[in-house]
Design a protein around this ligand. Structure first.
Ligand code: GDP
Length: 616
């Protein structure tokens, strides 16, 4: 049913109960798709409801709710995770109910899962090597020989032998990539800071990531063997970032180590266990089908798809049917970090799994399915959901233009930026100038990362996680990164004049950078004859003179070159007896302008739409 609406546009209406399900991050384009409407008319309706949005901008539930209520629909927002949960539900797999049903008796202590992060060259790799070699039971197993993406070591803690699982990819890139896909694997982060160098940009970045993921941090003050090492200075520097050492009355454990000389490693592991025991409930039910996350995967010439997975709960067995992301199969064999085969793997155990049909991505969740057929069907359904989501309009996270609006609605308080420039001087100058903008009380400007060189995949991943905008000064996107930014909806802006970048950011912060609309003419038609109809109002028998005439678009009427009526809508459009959605140049058609009846022969009907004006 079409009915006039706010702003004089027509939109198909619901009956007040018609449910429209939208994925989180959807835009007016997506909504328009679902109700078979013209996105431009939804922009207009929303505008008349007092909100300005572009057709591609991602909107929140409230905004959709207001719009939907106006049009007779009920909105249900679903996240990708919820969609997947429903998909699993259709196979009788309910992970939430499973967790809820678990009582204290079912839960058994499990090792903590630890990630090592910090600035480049501060010793992350060396530390992971050192930890690997301190394993108190590694001797018997022959030492850790395989790099499978994660390993488990054992340490003595208060007289008890305890296991710890380490993610064996140093740096926060892996951490960020996994979090960007919604997977939280890490229980505890070790932040490595070189005592002879101090807190550096990536130190701050790493701690920001850990803190925003609510992951407790243990600080390893490394390279204390070096001349010029100043461990006290590190403690002092980090207090600025809410990491206050226990010695100074805080609750963060700092341990002085030398990854090279392998000193302080036992104390570090002890601190990790103490922190984990104090902050976290590290228990899981081992007596059920395994659930977990894929840590890394590759295609091996001889063995096919090889994936390292971390079991998070349950126990994985050889022979289990599993699905990891969109890969599925049966566990043909399992190997641990010593290259030994295993028949089963319990909570917090990383294992290499052979037998998957394809290579899952890092951060994909995996689970054991009742049988191989179910595993395959889940994988196939996920694959088609992914394809559909990709085809649906790319989602926009936040752009400088939306920021103002989000700010006014109290939805954001911080503008996060990633700065990249061609030379470090320019980046510093830009950062200095940006941080000097007087932004008032209610908004914060945070530069979450800065660097020299092209905008890389990691920059985009960071921006994805922290909803940041990337500013490139005299730099380009690295190859293939544009596609990623596009897919993730990250706003990347390029500048070659510092002041322009500053002006735009300042305008966004001060609420002045609204999207600009411009009128775009779509077509014009000349009235040849006017048919009077008591039922439909007057119909203008016309010939399209330029462009095309489309139903539901805005229109105005000109008589001898003068405007006689504005703000009309092409309410009906016919080719002979049939309804048409558009009629092209040179063709005849019947145009109805709703209640506007004052048409005369030789009048010109012009149609147009409002489009967002691209910024330079
Ligand atoms: P990453 O980039 O954080 O993984 O750092 P690496 O582990 O690769 O270490 C960077 C450099 O610092 C290497 O040359 C290491 O040998 C050196 N290094 C790491 N830890 C120590 C340490 O405790 N003492 C000293 N003197 N050098 C270290």
């Amino acid at each position: 049913m079409q009915a006039p609406s706010l702003g004089g546009v027509s939109v198909p209406r619901g009956n007040g109960r018609t449910v429209v399900r939208l994925r989180q991050g959807s835009s007016l384009n997506d909504f328009a798709d679902k109700i078979d409407a013209n996105p431009a008319s939804l922009v207009t309706v929303l505008f008349h409801l007092g909100e300005m949005a572009t057709a591609t901008q991602s909107l929140d539930e409230d905004t959709f709710g207001t719009l939907a209520a106006e049009l007779g629909y009920v909105i249900e927002m679903v996240s990708a995770e919820e969609e997947d949960r429903e998909l699993l539900g259709s196979f009788d797999i309910d992970l939430d109910a499973e967790l809820e049903a678990e009582g204290d008796d079912d839960l058994v202590a499990r090792p903590p899962v630890v990630t090592v992060m910090g600035h480049v060259d501060h010793g992350k790799t060396k530390l992971l090597d050192a930890i690997r070699s301190t394993d108190v039971v590694a001797g018997e197993a022959g030492g850790i020989t395989q790099h499978i993406g994660a390993y488990q070591v054992h340490a003595m803690h208060e007289g008890v032998e305890r296991a710890l699982t380490f993610i064996d990819t140093p740096g926060h890139e892996a951490f960020t990539a996994m979090r960007a896909r919604g997977a939280q694997v890490t229980d505890i982060a070790i932040l490595v800071v070189a005592a002879d160098d101090g807190v550096m940009p990536q130190t701050i970045e790493a701690l920001n990531h850990a803190q925003s993921a609510n992951v407790p941090i243990v600080v390893a003050v490394n390279k204390v063997d070096r001349e010029g090492a100043n461990p006290a200075k590190i403690r002092q520097q980090l207090t600025e970032y809410n990491l206050v050492a226990e010695e100074y009355g805080g609750d963060t454990m700092f341990v002085d180590i030398s990854a090279l000389k392998r000193t302080g490693i036992d104390e570090l592991l002890e601190a990790v266990l103490l922190t984990a025991d104090a902050a976290l409930d590290m228990r899981a039910n081992p007596d059920k089908d395994a659930r977990g996350v894929a840590i890394e995967a590759n295609l091996d010439k001889g063995r096919g798809a090889v994936a390292t997975v971390l079991v998070q709960s349950g126990t994985l067995h050889v022979g289990d049917a599993i699905v990891a992301g969109t890969a599925h199969g049966r566990v043909r064999a399992m190997l641990d970090e010593h290259g030994e085969t295993l028949t089963e793997a319990g909570p917090a155990r990383p294992v290499q799994v052979l037998g998957l049909s394809s290579v899952p991505s890092a951060g994909d969740t995996f689970l054991v399915a009742p049988d191989e057929r179910t595993a395959r069907q889940i994988a196939e359904k996920r694959e088609s959901a992914e394809r559909a989501a990709l085809l649906a309009k790319r989602r926009k996270r936040i752009s400088l233009e939306d920021f103002t609006q989000a700010l006014q609605q109290g939805k954001v308080e911080t503008l996060n930026l990633v700065l990249k420039g061609d030379v470090s001087g320019a980046v510093e100058a830009l950062e200095d100038a940006l941080l000097k903008i007087d932004v008032g009380e209610e908004v914060d400007l945070r530069v979450i990362h800065r660097g020299v060189g092209a905008i890389t995949q990691n920059d985009v991943n960071l921006a994805t996680v922290d909803n940041a905008i990337i500013i490139g000064f005299n730099v380009k996107l690295a190859p293939r990164v544009e596609e990623l930014a596009d897919r993730e909806g990250v706003d990347v802006r390029f500048y070659s004049v510092i002041y322009q970048a500053i002006d735009d950011v300042e305008a966004a912060l001060k609420g002045m950078l609204k999207p600009e609309y411009e009128e775009v003419q779509l077509g014009s038609a000349e009235v040849r004859e006017v048919f009077r109809s008591s039922k439909f109002g007057n119909i203008a028998g016309s010939i399209v003179r330029s462009g095309e005439i489309r139903r539901n678009t805005k229109a105005r009427v000109l008589r001898k070159g003068k405007l006689v009526a504005d703000n009309l809508t092409i309410e009906s459009l016919k080719r002979f007896k049939d309804d048409a959605t558009e009629v092209r140049e040179g063709y005849e058609c019947g145009i109805g302008l709703g209640s506007y009846n004052d048409l005369q022969v030789e009048d010109v009907i012009e149609t147009f739409e409002m489009r967002e004006k691209p910024r330079k």
